[in-house]
Each structure stands twice: as C-alpha cells, then as structure tokens.
Design a protein around this ligand. Structure first.
Ligand code: 6MZ
Length: 361
C-alpha cells in the first residue's frame, strides 16, 4: 500500500459527490439536523453503513445531494476532494459531476459549475493546473514539470472536469449540460459522462445530447453494463464512446464487440464488489481484460462512499491478480493515453512518470 501511494497515479473515473470525506458529510448532516432540515439520527446510519447494494447507493446519493447542494458547500467539497486525491499522489484527476439546479438556493447548472471551478481554484495545499490556458508558454510548462519531478516547490496536480448527465434527466436537461460543457471548454471542462442509476432512464433520451457533444469535439465516457441490458450495451458500444465505465454485465457477444472496438474500460474494483455487481475480486473481469491486453484504467468511482483511494485500488489489484510493482507502474502510466486533456498534458505526464521511475524502488 505504501508503495502504491508513492507511485504517481491517474484518476479518470471519480464522481465529486461520491468522493466527499465521511467526516465532511457527517458534519454537514449534523448542521442541517441542527437547522431542523433533516433528522440527523435518521441519516447517520445511512451515511456510516458500509455495504450497500447498487440501488441503495443511489438513495445515499440523494441524501448527499440534500446535504451538499448550496454554492458554498459545493466549493468546499470540491476543494477537499482535490486535496485528498493530491495527497494520494494522483497527478492527473478527471473529476466528474452532475450540474444541478436548485431554485431554493438560487442555483442553476451554470452557477453550480462556477462553484465547482471556484473550489478547484481555491485549493492551496497543492498547485493545480486547471485549464491549460494558464500555462501555455513553453518556459512555464517546463518549470511546472521540472518542479514536480525534482521535488522542489509544492506538490502539483492536473485537474480536468467532466460534466455528467444523470439518467433521471430529460433530453432537454441533458442538452443543457452539453451546452454548458461547450461554454466551459476553456475553463477545464474536457468531456461528458453519462451516469446515474442504471435501472432508470432510456439510452435514446440522451442520444441527441451525446451526439451534439460528439459533433462539438467533446470526448464522451458512458457508464455501460453496470446491470444486464444487452440492447443498451450494444447501442452504447456502437456509439463509439472514447471510454466506458464498469462493463460488469457483458455477455460473450458484448465482450467480442468491446474488444473489436478496443474501447478503454474504467475499472472500479471496490465499487463493483461493494455494490454486489461483482461477487468478489477474484471473479472480476479485470483479470480477463488485463490478460488480453485490453486498454483499462484502475479508478475509484466514489472513494468517499466506498471508503477507498486510488492507491487502495492498486493494492487490491496487486493482491487479487498478482500484479507486481513493474506491472502496476505500467498500468498507471498507460492511463496517460486515455485522458481527455491535451497532448501537452500527456507529454507533461510522460515526463512525470519517467522521473518517478528513477525514485520508485
Ligand atoms: C452510476 C454513479 C455511480 O455527479 O452529484 N454515480 N452512477 N453508477 C455508479 N456506481 C456506483 N456512482 C456515482 O456525484 C454523484 C452522482 O454520480 C453518479 C450518480 O448520478 C450520483 O448521483 P455528482 O457529483
């Protein structure tokens, strides 16, 4: 675990509201309890419960959203989540979140995202590269990477944002999210995600918005096959997303299609096991995909809700599938190919990984 922590890592599948510290969720819930908005003793056990089946997880998210949806809190949790990933030696983070409207707090999807971006900018325990626009000249760039590599200066993390469409949303709300992502392209937003309870909503509802995103050059990742639904899985793969998340409930035909299309898979071991989507690590599809050299990325999904970290996911992969240090390093480094940020960031990350190799033992 210590070694996994010392290795630089790339996180490509992390939901903001699933990554909040337990202590913060409890503190915010307690405050709302004192204001009389919720009954704290009713929600405390829901927050602290560790094993939740998939549908129960979405009930927890509804509770978390009640606790977190005002601008100040959104900014605070974003800041803390980035600090936590940086402390775990994540050097590139693609953080995803669902822009939300909340009339009672005067919140629009746009103002929600402004609160998220404010949270990213307010991180001060670690230097953050957010939009790329800030570091366009070559000298700044090399200074940035040099500092990171030689251990001088502060720790640094590249952060990019994906806007999520929730499967409960309408076609219009999905389109609004895509239009917002296009407007925020220069401010660190690099793509679109489709997520939410996989037992809710229809693929065709989201297709027009996703096609619009694709036309505008926004890369897309889809939660795909979290529950058995072969028709939807095939439609999603035919759409040719840049990446997919989970891929838990694929049958032979879908595996063949996935491998033929060579679409990278974001793997979330602890999440899949905790939600009982996969019975245990030793029967997880990671093993077959890894053996067949299919592109995959280890990710946390919801490190707050599932009490994990990216280092813990690597340690779990190591113990469950016998990966040694060199295999783990290669797996972490390979993720560079699948990030949605620019070629310039990929080059920086290659330098960072090469430099780390000389220090890892
Ligand atoms: C599908 C998930 C998820 O967007 O409010 N989310 N969607 N499968 C999962 N596996 C367990 N985990 C999280 O973060 C929370 C939202 O992310 C999605 C759900 O829509 C959840 O409401 P944000 O920041």
């Amino acid at each position: 675990m210590e070694w996994c922590m010392s290795m630089p890592k790339i996180e490509l599948h992390a939901h903001l509201n699933g990554s909040i510290r337990d202590s913060t969720v409890l503190e915010l819930a307690r405050e709302l309890g004192e204001e009389g908005a919720i009954v704290f003793s009713d929600v405390e056990h829901v927050i602290l419960k560790n094993d939740r089946a998939l549908n129960e997880v979405f009930k927890l998210f509804d509770l978390i959203h009640i606790i977190t949806t005002d601008h100040k809190t959104v900014t605070r949790i974003t800041k803390e989540v980035i600090e936590d990933f940086a402390a775990d030696n994540v050097v590139y983070l693609e953080l995803r979140t669902t822009p939300k409207r909340n009339h009672s707090k005067g919140m629009s999807k746009r103002s929600y995202m402004e609160a998220v971006l404010e949270g990213i900018r307010s991180v001060n325990s670690v230097e953050v590269d957010l939009s790329g626009k800030l570091n366009t000249d070559a000298s700044t760039r090399s200074h940035f990477v040099d500092d990171l590599c030689n251990g001088t200066g502060n720790k640094k993390i590249y952060v990019r944002v994906l806007l999520s469409i929730d499967r409960r949303e309408t076609a219009e709300a999905a389109m609004e999210t895509v239009e917002l992502a296009i407007k925020l392209k220069d401010f660190g937003v690099v793509g679109i995600d489709l997520s939410g309870n996989p037992n809710v909503g229809q693929w065709l509802t989201f297709l027009p918005a996703l096609e619009c995103a694709k036309k505008q050059g926004l890369p897309i990742t889809l939660h795909c096959g979290e529950v058995p639904n072969p028709v939807e899985i095939r439609a999603m793969l035919d759409f040719l997303p840049k990446r997919i998340g989970h891929a838990c409930c694929f049958e032979d035909e879908e595996w063949k299609l996935l491998q033929r299309l060579n679409i990278p898979v974001e793997i979330c071991l602890t999440s899949n096991i905790r939600t009982e989507t996969i019975a245990s690590a030793d029967v997880h599809h990671f093993a077959d995909l890894y053996k067949s050299n299919h592109p995959l990325i280890l990710c946390t999904d919801d490190c707050g809700v599932f009490s994990t970290s990216l280092s813990a996911e690597y340690a779990l992969a190591s113990s469950a599938f016998g990966l040694g240090k060199s295999e783990m390093y290669q797996l972490a480094q390979k993720a560079i190919e699948f990030i949605f940020a620019s070629e310039r960031v990929k080059e920086d990350l290659k330098t960072i990984f090469a430099s780390a190799l000389t220090k890892l033992n």
